[in-house]
Write a protein that binds this ligand. Structure first.
Ligand code: ADP
Length: 663
């Protein structure tokens, strides 16, 4: 690896790289080789369906009015079709049989429904012109049919509004919930993201919340409509013929039994499916992001195999769930058919003995279908509800995770700082019982450039992460301009710190989008000035669409050096008082290298800078060198003084210097 030192010799100053850290510098694989600390993210509390449900309902509450309207529309939608069967019964038994001169025993009914229809027709008859008023069967029949036309117009309207409103509320709740969850997640501390796969987080945000939406659509509106129609239809059946009604409801207990048993099973499997989906999304996302590593190790086949294994596992779990829900559905459908068959059988017997009428039996068959439809849905709803409840649990589980870096309620806004940084006997560990930084005591003056050196794993990156307060020390404190970071508002702190990381992170979008990311309000001139300062303007102008050129995911269409210059320009634009630099260790062509060195030198001017230094040139240009080892500061002084002391720095320096000379 060629690096140009001040004397024109090449050197790289990284010390020994442990195996896990090499992956980090070798390009793109996970930022940390070691297992990240899950212990620092507070573990989620055990799922509490009821508690989560209550919190979920708080999101639904603002839309109560719409839900009530949707439920009322739903009730009309399921109840109105009964008119068709009742009209048919009236036609067969009262009008046709009546016209054929049958006796009242077989032709007419005395139940409340028929009396109601008679009364309605008589009343309507008064409003109609002459010949229909006489009460002829044809006139009565027409009145009935015209009424049904209007009933079905109204039915169409309720049909529309029931579906529309319930879906609208469902999607609105999703919108609110997703927005809140996204905000919550982005505010969680670094430990959360280090302990989870980003694809898994996305899965909660997308798949789980979408499942939770079912709850609104189904539970909040369908249940009322289905319960109302059950009550209504049972009432109508009993009003028409109590014995037939009792006979037709005999399968009900079996119904309820099968719903219960299968519903419980379904809840369990649906949780497992969602968990597997989260894991799967996480893995896939990670592999896609690191596709270069996959390719460079020619591991496509292995990856395809492990993809297949995970996909297969998800498939098996899903199929288990599908088996249960379709079994439940088939059972219910079968029971419905049995009920109809039973009615025909028993109804036929009743008919043959003259205990009931043809119209009643036909109406029963039609109405039974209307009754079993909502019952079917209630049974399916059981499964849907279980699935949504499991999803709601998983969503609120994330809401319950707290950032380990809290902003105090009375946190003060940090004014424009001069940039003095003080580590006051700081101790810190990702896990409470294994400190990574031990008793760090360091005072950095405003405008000073401090180079952090030391073997890999010494704690350099960890130390700089405490400055923007990505983590809080477990003992001691970090101060900026004499103010303890725990007491300041995070935004006011972080907006004054610029970070240029080893691995340049850009978003897909245009060059402009990326430059303005830290300061969207910057003017065109300011943006161009920043790009010029970072030696980025020239190459940007050569891109097909200049600043509006799309750069691909993570800036894939730019070279490594170009990406770094964009990142430097981005930092310029924010004009931070404090600068944290993690020098890239990967080799760049020497022209890019020189440009980047110059850009960084400009960027550091008049700012307090902490540089995790890998290049001798950077180290020599710094005001002080802090040498770290195993979480402690071993030495602090200038290059010459440290060499004269002949300690750790001198040893590291000689090892690197000689190695590079030999190379
Ligand atoms: P350096 O930057 O000097 O190479 P780091 O600060 O990256 O050192 O790491 C110091 C130690 O902390 C290493 O042993 C590393 O494995 C460990 N470490 C770093 N990040 C994490 C993390 N998120 N969770 C747990 N351990 C970590």
């Amino acid at each position: 690896m060629e690096r140009t030192s001040r004397k024109g010799q090449s050197i790289q100053f990284t010390g020994d790289l442990p195996a896990h850290d090499r992956s980090r510098t070798n390009g793109g694989s996970p930022a940390r080789g070691g297992t990240p600390a899950s212990a620092t993210a507070e573990p989620p509390p055990p799922p509490k369906s009821r508690h989560s449900l209550r919190r979920f309902l708080a999101y639904v509450r603002p839309y109560t009015v719409w839900i009530v309207i949707a439920a009322l529309c739903g009730m009309s939608k399921v109840i109105l079709p009964s008119t068709m069967a009742l009209a048919l019964r009236f036609l067969t038994d009262r009008l046709v049989a009546g016209a054929a001169g049958k006796t009242a025993a077989t032709g007419a009914h005395t139940d409340i429904i028929s009396r109601g229809i008679e009364a309605y027709i008589a009343w309507m008859g008064h409003l109609l012109p002459g010949s229909w008023r006489a009460g002829t069967p044809w006139g009565m029949f027409n009145i009935l049919m015209i009424t049904l036309v209007f009933v079905y117009v109204f039915w169409g309207v309720t049909f529309f509004f029931r579906s529309y409103l319930s879906q609208m509320v469902g999607h609105r709740v999703i919108l609110d919930l997703r927005t809140d969850l996204y905000q919550h997640i982005t505010r969680l501390g670094h430990s959360f993201f280090q302990s989870r796969q980003s694809g898994g987080i996305v899965s909660r945000l997308m798949a789980d919340i979408a499942l939770a939406q079912n709850f609104v659509g189904n539970a909040m509106t369908n249940i009322w409509m289905d319960l109302a129609s059950c009550v209504f239809y049972i009432y109508v059946l009993f009003a028409m013929d109590a014995r037939l009604a009792a006979a037709s409801l005999m399968v009900f207990p079996f119904y309820i039994l099968s719903m219960r048993t299968l519903g419980d099973k379904s809840k369990k499997t649906s949780r497992a499916v969602q968990a597997a989906l989260e894991q799967f999304s996480g893995d896939v996302q990670e592999r896609m992001a690191g596709i270069q590593v996959v390719k460079s190790f020619a591991a496509e086949r292995r990856e395809a195999k492990s993809f297949f294994v995970s996909a297969r596992k998800l498939f098996n779990l899903t199929m288990h769930n599908v088996r249960i829900s379709t079994l439940a559905n088939a059972l219910v459908q079968w029971l419905t058919q049995m009920a109809t068959l039973g009615i025909i059988w028993y109804g036929g017997y009743q008919l043959m003995h003259g205990y009931t009428t043809v119209g009643t039996v036909v109406a029963f068959i039609l109405l039974l279908r209307e009754l079993y439809f909502p019952v079917n849905r209630i049974s399916e709803m059981n499964t849907i509800l279980h699935n949504s409840l499991a999803a709601i649990d998983r969503v609120f589980e994330v809401f319950d995770m707290q950032s380990d870096v809290h902003e105090q309620p009375n946190a003060r806004r940090l004014p424009r700082i001069s940039g003095r940084i003080r580590f006051d006997h700081v101790t810190f560990g990702y896990q409470p019982d294994s400190p990574i930084l031990r008793d760090i005591d360091l005072d950095i003056r405003p405008g000073e450039v401090v180079a952090l050196v030391g073997p890999s794993g010494a704690g350099k990156s960890t130390l700089v992460q405490l400055v923007p307060r990505f983590f809080d020390p477990s003992a001691g404190r970090v101060e900026i301009d004499g103010i303890d970071l725990r007491t300041v508002a995070l935004r006011s702190l972080r907006s004054q710190i610029g970070i240029v990381a080893q691995e340049t992170l850009l978003f897909s979008g245009s060059v402009r989008d990326n430059l303005l990311y830290g300061r969207p309000s910057a003017s065109e001139e300011e943006m161009v000035a920043a790009a010029r300062a970072a030696f980025a303007h020239e190459f940007v102008m050569q891109l097909p669409e200049g600043y509006d050129t799309l750069i691909g995911e993570r800036g894939a269409r730019l070279s490594g050096g170009q990406k770094q210059r964009i990142a430097i320009a981005r930092a310029f634009l924010c004009n931070p008082r404090i600068l944290i630099l993690d020098e890239a260790t990967s080799a760049l062509d020497s022209e890019s290298e020189v440009l980047i060195q110059q850009a960084l030198a400009r960027l550091m001017r008049n700012r307090t800078s902490i540089v995790i230094a890998h290049r001798l040139s950077t180290i020599l240009n710094s005001d002080r060198i802090v040498v770290m080892q195993q979480g402690r500061i071993e030495e602090v002084a200038s290059h010459q003084a440290l060499l004269a002391r002949n300690g750790l720095y001198a040893r590291l320096y000689r090892a690197q210097y000689q190695a590079s000379l030999a190379g």
